[in-house]
Design a protein around this ligand. Structure first.
Ligand code: GDD
Ligand code: MG
Length: 194
């Protein structure tokens, strides 16, 4: 991390109750050469991984539904969101993380996953980089009913549905999670369930 267009970076912790919110004050050199002071708040909760699980024979996908307080604060009437299975990396590498999350959240034990993208979730605000995967599942891989960790009070509903229905939900605006939109479109573009 080094840039000759930045000087005198100062940071203050605004909150470290759970994850870390910092305020950065720094000098930034504009394209025209002048230096300006900028202040930005940056939220650091580590990186994340998400996966779209699909079954080629049944032409279905596995999604989840859970309550998301930030969406409830912004235009989502009941706060429930249809999403891909996803989790924070903690200390795992992205592949180990997503295999673990798949077993916890949807109850399938995967052996192979395919990484398709890596991207910043919300670059104006968060440090988070998201690792996007797809993975094939079969009924034989089911090891429990999913639902998330009781110890973390996770309450996750598992939704298995035809891929066509998921695409209809995307087009009608019922699916509003960007990560989920990206991966449903990935399956569509690459014709993996045609
Ligand atoms: N006490 C407390 N617990 C929290 C807080 N924030 C999160 N948690 C706990 O941390 C768990 C995180 O669960 P994961 O499955 O690891 O993460 P996620 O919330 O599904 O996050 C995924 O989706 C996010 C939304 O797009 C992504 O930002 C993230 O990277 C990841 O992919 C939650 O179930 C909850 O128990 C908090 O502020 N306070
Ligand atoms: Mg999760």
């Amino acid at each position: 991390m080094s840039s000759n267009r930045l000087r005198n970076i100062q940071s203050t912790i605004l909150s470290d109750h759970y994850y870390i919110l910092k305020r950065f004050s720094f000098y930034y050199q504009m394209r025209n050469g002048t230096w300006v002071n900028q202040v930005r708040e940056v939220y650091d909760r580590g990186d994340g991984a998400g996966i779209l699980l699909y079954n080629k024979t049944k032409k279905t996908v596995l999604l989840i539904k859970q309550f998301r307080m930030p969406t409830y604060q912004n235009d989502n009437p009941d706060g429930f969101l249809v999403e891909i299975c996803a989790g924070l990396l903690d200390k795992d590498n992205p592949e180990e993380c997503i295999i673990r999350e798949t077993e916890e959240e949807v109850g399938y034990r995967l052996e192979k996953v395919t990484k398709v993208y890596e991207g910043y979730s919300s670059p104006g605000v968060m440090t988070e980089k998201m690792h996007f995967f797809i993975g094939e599942y079969t009924d034989a891989m089911k090891v429990n009913s999913g639902g998330g960790l009781d110890s973390e009070a996770e309450d996750i509903e598992v939704l298995e549905m035809p891929f066509k229905q998921a695409i209809n939900m995307l087009n009608s605006g019922e699916i509003q999670d960007t990560r989920t939109i990206v991966l449903l479109q990935y399956l569509q573009i690459h014709k993996l369930l045609d």
